[in-house]
Design a protein around this ligand. Structure first.
Ligand SMILES: *Cc1c(COP(=O)(O)O)cnc(C)c1O
Length: 399
C-alpha cells in the first residue's frame, strides 16, 4: 500500500531538501512522510543514527552525507517530514527555538530594520535587543493586530517583519495574508507559529517567507525535548541557511530528532484535544465571578476572532485570563492549583500555569501584561478534573 503514495523523490538531496507529499492528508503524512521502512532491516521506525562522520568513496566526490553537522539521516527524515506538514520545501531542525530564531536573524546586516510584533515570547525580545547591540540591527515594535498602524510603518526600509500569531501571552492574532500583501517586496515575512502548530495554521500558504517553531512546545508535546524548526520555500534562503548551519552548527541531535518524529505522529490528535480542553476551560472561566476577562482566539468575544477563523483551522490550547485583584491574588491562585503545574513553557500533555509578569515576560513586559494576568497551557487531562482544579483554586484564593 505504501508504495502507491507519492512522497517525492529526494534520496540524493542535501539535509534540508524535502519532497512534497501533497497527495495524502496531514495525519497520514505525519506518520509516513519520509519514514519508509529501512531498506536493509525492514525497521518500521526511523533509526537513530548516531554517527558523526560518514565513509566517502573518493576525496572531493559529492556524497549524500559526509559530516553530521551538515546533515545526518535521523535529522534529515524529521526535516523532510516536517517540511511536508508545514507545506514548505525546506526545513532545518535546530537545537532550540532560540537557536532557530538566531539563525534567521543572521540574514540581517548592520543597519537593517526589523518590524517586530510588540507582544512576543520574552526570549524573542531579549534576542532582538541583544542583536541590536552586537549586530547593529534596528528593531521597531508595532501592534500587528492593528493593520492601519502596521501599514504606516511598512516603509521600504523594512528588511524583515517578525510576527507571532497567536501571540504570547496576550493571544492576539495577526492577519498574515493581509500583512504579506501590504509589505515591501524585499522584506522577509517571518511567522513564529509555535502556538498554532502546522495542524492549525500554515503561514507559508498565507504568504509568509519563513515559519519558525519552538518545537519544544506542541510539536515535541511531552516536555522532554528542546528543539526549533524553520521551514521556507526560497532557494536563496536555502543557500544562506545551509551555510549558517554548517558554520555555526546549532543543529538538533539524532536522539531529539527521533523524539520529534515520534511526537509528530500524534500531533493532530493532541492538538484537537488541547483545543477542546482549552475552549471548555475558557467557557468555564468566563462564567466565574472572580475572573475579569478571558483571552483565547476561539472565543467570539476575542477582538481577532474573525481573523483567527479565517486563517486557522483551530485555535490552540493556550489561554490567558485576568483574575480579580492584583499580584497577590494571582500568586495565591497559582499556588493553590493541584493538577496544573506552576511552570514556564506550554504545549505539552500536562497542564501548566504561569504568571507572565514575574516569570516569562518580566523585563520585556508591555503595559498590557499586568499583575493579575495568568497564562494557562491546557493539557490533555480529563476536562472535568481541569475545571475542578481551577474551581478549587479560585475558591481558595483570598480576594
Ligand atoms: C518557547 C518559545 C520560543 C523559544 O523556544 P525554545 O525552544 O525555548 O528556545 C520562541 N517562540 C515562542 C512563541 C515560544 O513559545
Amino acid at each position: 500500500m505504501r508504495g502507491s503514495v507519492n512522497w517525492g523523490k529526494n534520496s540524493d538531496k542535501t539535509s534540508i531538501e524535502a519532497g512534497r507529499g501533497e497527495s495524502v492528508k496531514f495525519q497520514t503524512k505525519a506518520i509516513h512522510s519520509h519514514q519508509k521502512p529501512d531498506k536493509e532491516t525492514g525497521a518500521v521506525v526511523t533509526p537513530i543514527v548516531t554517527t558523526t562522520t560518514f565513509a566517502v568513496k573518493e576525496p572531493g566526490a559529492p556524497a549524500e552525507y559526509d559530516y553530521a553537522r551538515v546533515s545526518t539521516p535521523t535529522r534529515k527524515a524529521l526535516e523532510q517530514c516536517f517540511a511536508d506538514l508545514e507545506g514548505g520545501k525546506r526545513c532545518l531542525a535546530l537545537a532550540s527555538g532560540c537557536s532557530a530564531m538566531h539563525l534567521i536573524l543572521q540574514l540581517l546586516n548592520p543597519g537593517d530594520l526589523v518590524l517586530a510584533e510588540e507582544d512576543l515570547y520574552g526570549g524573542t525580545h531579549r534576542l532582538l535587543k541583544h542583536l541590536e547591540k552586537v549586530q547593529k540591527i534596528r528593531v521597531k515594535n508595532v501592534d500587528f493586530s492593528n493593520l492601519s498602524q502596521v501599514k504606516k510603518s511598512l516603509s521600504n526600509e523594512v528588511k524583515m517583519i517578525w510576527l507571532e500569531s497567536p501571540t504570547n501571552p496576550l493571544l492576539k492574532v495577526c492577519d498574515i495574508s493581509a500583512i504579506a500583501g501590504a509589505k515591501p517586496k524585499e522584506a522577509l515575512l517571518v511567522v513564529d507559529s509555535t502556538f498554532a502548530s502546522p495542524y492549525f495554521q500554515r503561514p507559508l500558504d498565507l504568504g509568509a517567507d519563513i515559519v519558525i517553531h519552538s518545537a519544544t512546545k506542541y510539536i515535541g508535546g511531552h516536555s522532554d525535548c528542546l528543539a526549533g524548526l524553520i521551514v521556507f520555500n526560497k532557494e536563496d534562503l536555502k543557500e544562506k541557511f545551509v551555510f549558517f548551519n554548517k558554520t555555526i552548527g546549532p543543529v538538533l541531535s539524532p536522539f531529539d530528532s527521533y523524539l520529534l518524529l515520534r511526537s509528530l505522529k500524534t500531533l493532530s490528535l493532541r492538538m484537537e484535544r488541547h483545543e477542546q480542553n482549552a475552549l471548555q476551560t475558557a467557557y468555564f472561566l468566563e462564567e466565574q465571578a472572580r475572573v475579569e476577562k478571558v483571552l483565547h482566539p476561539g472565543l467570539s468575544s476575542h477582538p481577532n476572532y474573525a481573523t483567527a477563523k479565517k486563517q486557522m483551522t483551530g485555535f490552540g490550547g493556550v489561554l490567558s485570563f485576568f483574575i480579580q485583584g492584583g499580584q497577590k491574588q494571582a500568586i495565591s491562585f497559582l499556588k493553590s492549583l493541584r493538577i496544573f503545574t506552576l511552570a514556564e513553557s506550554l504545549g505539552a500533555v500536562e497542564s501548566l500555569a504561569e504568571h507572565p509578569l514575574t516569570m516569562t515576560h518580566g523585563s520585556h513586559a508591555s503595559p498590557s501584561i499586568t499583575e493579575n494576568l495568568i497564562r494557562l497551557s491546557v493539557g490533555l487531562e480529563d476536562i472535568e478534573d481541569i475545571k475542578e482544579d481551577l474551581k478549587q483554586a479560585l475558591n481558595r484564593t483570598r480576594f
